[in-house]
Design a protein. Structure first.
Length: 288
């Protein structure tokens, strides 16, 4: 088995400025059939951050995946300034590979302000993160049964410390309720920039997300007849994000049908505060 490499999510989120509003990000091959959706989410949000007035913070984004990306090629991000108001800014981001639009995002930013506040969401009672085995250790146990491409890509799964409750259930063919609980934390110090923390969380939010919708159907993610891909992904930030500390990702899939699955997630800090919410719909197709 290969030794651990120093692969950092902060390096993935570093963008090269080509000209004003135009950026290029490098790609990681995570061993999937196509570019990992979380990479495009994180880089696109980081690109949008580059163009907003100082002091404004992203509060939401909505995105569509149009074409599969190529993990061997960089991605160019074209940022359009839609609006800069007194309190809010809107940006539209287009991700381009080989001259084709593979992804669109619309992101909204706001100057932080005080206002009415409530939380009608309870943090699930699950084992503490240090009581849960890192997912990467489970993958290492199955290293010899992995495909060669996945073996080579394993180091790129290390930048985020992901610890899923009952992780082995997520790769089995047993049927189970469509819910999953995962602890997330960056494996490096990310500093104080909310641009970096939000982008890192956007990146991590795509891990184990859509596959939760497979659990009631007894279909493994490694099934050769399965075609699975993200169609759209939305995220809302309710409080400042700290990826240097543990966040609990509570995921459920309320419905599937028409070869599509819907998943929604809530992210809590260790104080039980809801810091972000997510929703995603994706293709889940069994071919003959």
């Amino acid at each position: 088995m290969e030794q651990e490499n120093e692969v950092k999510v902060s390096s993935l989120l570093e963008l090269e400025t080509l000209e004003q509003g135009l950026y290029r990000g490098q790609s990681w091959d995570l061993g999937f059939r196509a570019l990992f959706g979380g990479q495009v989410l994180g880089q696109a949000l980081k690109a949008a951050w580059e163009s907003v007035p100082e002091g404004r913070v992203a509060h939401s984004f909505h995105s569509y995946f149009l074409l599969p990306g190529d993990a061997s090629l960089p991605v160019v991000y074209d940022v359009e300034t839609v609006r800069d108001g007194k309190s809010f800014s809107a940006r539209r981001v287009k991700a381009i590979q080989n001259g084709r639009n593979i992804f669109y995002m619309t992101a909204s930013f706001q100057l932080p302000e005080e206002g009415m506040q409530h939380q009608y969401a309870a943090m699930p009672d699950v084992p503490a993160p240090l009581e849960v085995e890192p997912d990467i250790r489970m993958y290492e146990r199955y290293f010899d049964s992995m495909g060669r491409r996945m073996q080579k890509a394993l180091s790129y799964h290390r930048p985020i410390d992901i610890r899923t409750i009952d992780a082995e259930n997520s790769i089995s063919s047993n049927t189970s309720t469509p819910e999953r609980y995962t602890w997330l934390r960056a494996n490096e110090e990310l500093g104080d920039s909310q641009a970096m923390h939000q982008a890192a969380l956007a990146y991590a939010s795509d891990y184990h997300f859509l596959t939760t919708s497979l659990q009631p159907h007894g279909v493994k993610i490694t099934d050769r007849n399965l075609r699975i891909a993200t169609i759209d992904h939305a995220m809302w930030f309710h409080r400042p994000i700290n990826m240097n500390d543990w966040l609990l990702y509570s995921i459920e899939s309320p419905v599937s049908g028409g070869s599509r699955g819907l998943v929604r997630g809530q992210l809590f800090n260790q104080q039980g505060e809801l810091v972000a919410s997510t929703m995603q719909e994706g293709l889940m197709r069994i071919t003959e």
